[in-house]
Design a protein around this ligand. Sequence first.
Ligand code: CDP
Ligand code: CDP
Length: 203
Amino acid sequence: MVIAVDGPAAAGKGTLARRLAAHLGLAYLDTGLLYRATGRRVLDSAADPADAAAAEAAARGLTPADLARGDLRGPEADRAASAVAAQPAVRAALLDWQRDFGRTHGAVLDGRDIGTVVFPDARVKLFVTASAEERARRRWLEQGGTGDREAVLAALVARDAQDAARAVAPMKPAEDATLIDTTELDADAAFARALAVVEARLR
Ligand code: CDP
Ligand code: CDP
């Protein structure tokens, strides 16, 4: 069984997907980490994350150790991830790996294109959203709640726009996805809502 959890930055995808996986006894894959680690490898090589050849090489050379790095979050890593993620060759390089993971374990995967491209036949598809202001507030809190909140909002809105506008595997809800707006929902309430959707689909 595969459950797809897609949506924009800081909507609560990871929190929800991790809890669903634990509850249902499924594996969990944060697919954003693949793009973040690819972007970080390109930055390490002093190339531009928009450089298609460098980004493809970085994606093809990913190792498990790259995914465990401690420097995959923050504004620079966010921008690099979104830049490499816009490139068809990078997405192609990471596709089979994601599919193998889901098929081998049964899994909850969170990302942008899980329900549309990676697992279009997923048993359950959720699209998790929240207002941009609330998502920026959450990301700002995660970063210590001390920096420039307006800058966090602007970066988040710009990244969402880039992820939604790209030609290949843009962020968008699958036609058969259930929308969950977490603007007014804490993690417990979002989990309860999602579990009800899952149970209805499996019935
Ligand atoms: O945690 P957050 O929602 O901020 O980001 P993430 O899920 O870690 O994803 C980082 C970036 O990777 C996104 O902005 C997308 O550009 C890209 N991504 C993607 O294109 N497709 C996915 N399935 C997952 C992430
Ligand atoms: O994976 P994604 O970037 O979509 O978001 P996340 O990492 O699951 O959640 C971002 C932040 O929002 C975390 O600090 C969560 O604890 C918080 N959160 C929340 O306040 N309310 C929710 N319903 C879900 C997450």
